[in-house]
Every structure is written in C-alpha cells, then in structure tokens.
Ligand binder design. Structure first.
Ligand SMILES: Cc1cc2nc3c(=O)[nH]c(=O)nc-3n(C[C@H](O)[C@H](O)[C@H](O)COP(=O)(O)OP(=O)(O)OC[C@H]3O[C@@H](n4cnc5c(N)ncnc54)[C@H](O)[C@@H]3O)c2cc1C
Length: 448
C-alpha cells in the first residue's frame, strides 16, 4: 500500500513483540501477496505467517485482547472467501506445510495444515501412496480436511476425513491438543466436518492408501438434452465399480449450447477393466470429445501456488447432496444451469457410505452425489430461484460449497442430533465463539 507524497504513512496495527517478526502488515512489500484469497479481496490489519504453535496461540490471544476478528488460512481456496477479513488478524499456516511419511508400510503420514493437496500427492507418490482429497492441487490441507474432502477416488477410498487418524489443534484458550480416537474423541469427531468451529488445526495424521497409476477419461458431452444426460450419467456412476469416480460440470457453452465436461477417474490401468467400467459412463449421452490416458495419480493435482488476488469471479454458490439423480432433480439442475451458468456434480457414495453417519461430524452417508451451483453476484437472484425449485430433491449439504451460513444451511449441513452435539461441544471448546467465521454454531440449540 503506497502513500502519496506528503501523506504520513498510516500507523501500523500494534502487535506484541513476539508476533512482529511473523507479521505482514499494510505497507509491507509482501502485503499485497497475502491479503486476498482465491475468491475474496481482504484488508486484514495483519497476516501472521505462523512458524509454530506458539505463533498461533499468540495471535489468538492478541486478537482476543484487541477485540478484532481472527481467521485461519491454510490454502486460501475456501470458496466463500472466509480466510481473509477486514481489519482483523489472519493466521496464515502456509509455513506449516511439511509432508512426512511416518511409516511407508502402513501408510501413516503426517501433513502440515498449510500444505497444498498437490504437494501432498507429489510427496506420497514415490512411496506408492496417495490420499483422495479433491480435484484441485492448490486447495489447502487445513480447509478441506476440517470439512470433508470429496476427491477423485472418493468412491474407492471415501472422504479425506475418513483417513484422518489424528489432528493437532490450537484451541481458543491457546492450549495445544493432539486429538484422535482415544484422546478427546468428541473433539476428533467434531474436527472431521466442522473443524473450523473448534480451533486452528496445525497438522494431521492420515492413513494413506496404496495408489499408483489411474486411468482418466476427459469427456465433453452435448448436453442439449441435459436432463436425460444427467440421469443416465448418475445411474451409470452409481452402478459402476468402486474404482470409478466421476465429476461432471454442466455449463452453457460459448455458443449457447449446453455441454457437460466430465472427468472420470478409474483407480487402475488394466485396459479390460477400465474399458468395461467406463463404457456405461461414456454412453450416457452424445460424446463430442473424449480423451483417455493413464497417469500417476499425483499428476492430476499439480499445485501451481499462484498468488491469490480474488481471481475467481463465481463468488456465490449453493451446495446440496442427492441420493440419486432423478428426472425431476435433473430437470431442476438443467434449469439452474440455464439461469445461473454452472452446475457441478461430484460422485460420493460407495466407500463414502461405508463410514457410519455417527462417526464424523460430516454425517451424510447415504447420498451418491454432491452438487454445487455457482455464479457471479449479478445473477444471485436467478441462482436462488433455480435453487428453490431444486431444493425439495436435495438431502443435506456439504459446507465447503455453500456461501450462505444461516440456520437452514446449518441444519442441512449438520442434521438433527449432529447439530445439537456440535453446539454442546462448542460450549466446551470455544465458549466465547472466537472461531465463528465458517458455519458458526449457535450458543444454544434451535428449538426443533
Ligand atoms: C477450485 C476449487 C476446487 C475445489 N474442489 C473441491 C473438491 O473437489 N472436493 C472438495 O471436497 N472440496 C473442493 N473445494 C472446496 C475446498 O475443499 C474448500 O474450499 C476448502 O475449505 C479449501 O481449503 P483451503 O485450506 O484452501 O481454504 P482456506 O480459504 O484457507 O480456508 C477455508 C475455511 O477453512 C478455515 N480453515 C482453513 N484452514 C484451517 C485450519 N488449519 N484450521 C481450522 N480452520 C481452517 C478457514 O478459516 C476458512 O473458514 C474446491 C475449492 C476450489 C476453490
């Protein structure tokens, strides 16, 4: 931030000595590179680039005493842009990005919250290991692993949180905890789905899976009859072997003709198995282009580490889950795409639904598809009208793809007893609601 000649520089936001060396503040040359996220511009009073737990604890204590907002940031790829703020502190975890293989035989790995999933995949690959995380290598570990993690092998390996074995967090009172199934198990349950409400996660341990080459089909379908295409694609995906996971994006193409861009990943490279698994998906509709190739999994997830400058224009999004893609649901999604521009479906189901709904705070274990619709703010009204029509066909919500955070969204993300249990735990772990920037929990249960 420059100053015009003759204007005295603004006084820097006062920080205690122990935070100054980790802080980037307005006026510092590095500030422009850390103030924004992928979807939102921000003007924090200081970004603390944490080097260890103590920096996190000191930043929390200072935010509390200065009475300014505080937010954690891992990869800055939160779709709602909640990892920056105006006038508060951002705790940037990007320096806590170590990826270590603790035991290559069992697959136990330790990952810093500030690592990007692309770097995780690249580090695990030489060990023949991998973790299904998401479709984008630049997404941060901390944001995804505290919410769910719907990845390109989700039907085979489940959600990312299903592989979590331990988490290290700095709590609101500055204490550092390592939580796992035996230590603070309630907290471990809450972190896996509602983590941003409970502390700043600094590292995780995961059980990685043996992962080598995958076969990828990138297919563009003519979606003139989008509803028929969606229902057939949905049925084919549900019937497919677990090794197959497919993500579909439905858009109004440049010429006004709707197309569906589909990425289907088969975890394996046996040609006969791949052909037989892919055939029903490929015949879901008229194929305009198709390219299939075998690749090491990690090459699907490069992490470019581009500077974040609110470059994503589709900044409003709606999220839902579907048990099945019925014709009325497919018609609703088609209308939504026409009104708002973009609809994305990610396959969940299969291994995701092997985990009991009570095992993690992400409790949606019957659905087969995650849906996101996103648009530019100018089309918000159209998005919401289309969403209203589709809503009766949805069952639950994945919080990472939703930019609203009202009561209805909370109740859909955390149905019934899940929300009640989270509210009870919030009172135990964050009684002053320091961590309220991502699907904030109310202080008392809603009256049902
Ligand atoms: C291009 C793109 C593709 C995506 N694809 C997928 C996908 O395929 N599957 C999927 O499941 N998700 C996907 N997502 C959603 C993504 O998982 C979430 O947006 C996730 O929160 C991003 O993580 P981050 O660390 O980069 O986010 P950040 O912006 O750093 O943080 C997001 C939120 O999490 C909180 N948070 C971040 N780190 C921590 C921490 N260490 N401790 C506590 N709270 C924390 C922040 O305060 C903020 O509220 C995608 C997002 C984008 C932008």
């Amino acid at each position: 931030m420059g100053t015009t000649a003759g204007t005295p520089p603004l006084p820097k936001f006062a920080l205690p000595d122990n935070l100054v060396t980790a802080a980037i503040r307005p006026g510092d040359p590095a500030y422009e590179g850390v103030r924004h996220t992928y979807t939102r511009s921000g003007s924090p009073a200081a970004v603390i680039r944490a080097r260890h737990h103590q920096d996190v604890a000191d930043a929390l204590a200072h935010a509390r005493s200065a009475q300014v907002p505080v937010t954690a940031r891992s990869g800055g790829h939160g779709i709602s842009g909640r990892s920056t703020n105006d006038g508060g502190l951002v705790i940037d975890l990007s320096r806590l990005n170590t990826v270590e293989v603790l035991d290559s035989r069992s697959g136990l790995v330790r990952v810093g919250a500030g690592a990007r999933w692309g770097d995780v995949a690249a580090t695990l690959a030489p060990h023949g290991l991998g973790l299904s995380s998401g479709d984008t290598g630049d997404v941060g570990v901390g944001g995804l692993a505290t919410a769910g993690g719907i990845g390109l092998m989700s039907r085979l390996h489940g959600l990312t949180i299903d592989h979590m074995r331990a988490a290290e967090l700095v709590l609101a009172d500055g204490s550092v905890v390592r939580t796992d199934a035996a230590h603070e198990p309630d907290l471990f349950w809450a972190v896996r789905g509602a983590g941003a409400n409970f502390g700043v996660a600094t590292a995780f341990e995961f059980q990685a899976e043996p992962v080598r080459d995958v076969t990828v089909a990138v297919t563009v379908y003519d979606a003139a009859d989008a509803a028929a295409l969606l229902t057939r694609w949905g049925a084919a995906v549900e019937a497919a072997p677990r090794a197959l996971t497919s993500f579909l994006t439905l858009i109004a193409g440049r010429s006004g003709k709707a197309v569906a861009q589909v990425m289907t990943v088969y975890a394996g490279s046996d040609a006969a198995q791949v052909r037989s698994a892919l055939a029903p998906v490929l015949s879901a509709g008229p194929v305009l282009r198709n390219q299939a190739f075998v690749t090491p999994y990690h090459e699907l997830l490069p992490a470019g580490h581009e500077p974040q400058r609110a470059q994503q224009q589709l900044t409003v999004s709606r999220s839902g889950l579907l048990d099945h893609i019925t014709l009325p649901a497919a018609e609703g999604m088609t209308a939504l795409m026409k009104a708002a521009g973009m609809v994305q479906l990610r396959a969940v189901g299969a291994a995701v639904n092997d985990t009991p709904p009570t095992a993690t705070a992400y409790s949606h274990r019957t659905q087969n598809f995650s849906l996101m619709a996103a648009t530019v703010p100018a089309l918000l009204k159209d998005l919401d009208q289309g969403w209203e029509r589709l809503h009766p066909h949805l069952n639950g919500l994945y919080l990472s793809f939703e930019t609203r955070t009202g009561r209805q969204q909370l109740e859909e993300a955390f149905p019934g007893p899940v929300l009640d249990r989270l509210i009870t735990l919030k009172a135990r772990y964050d009684p002053d609601h320091l961590f309220d920037n991502n699907f904030a929990l109310p202080s008392v249960p809603y009256s049902h």
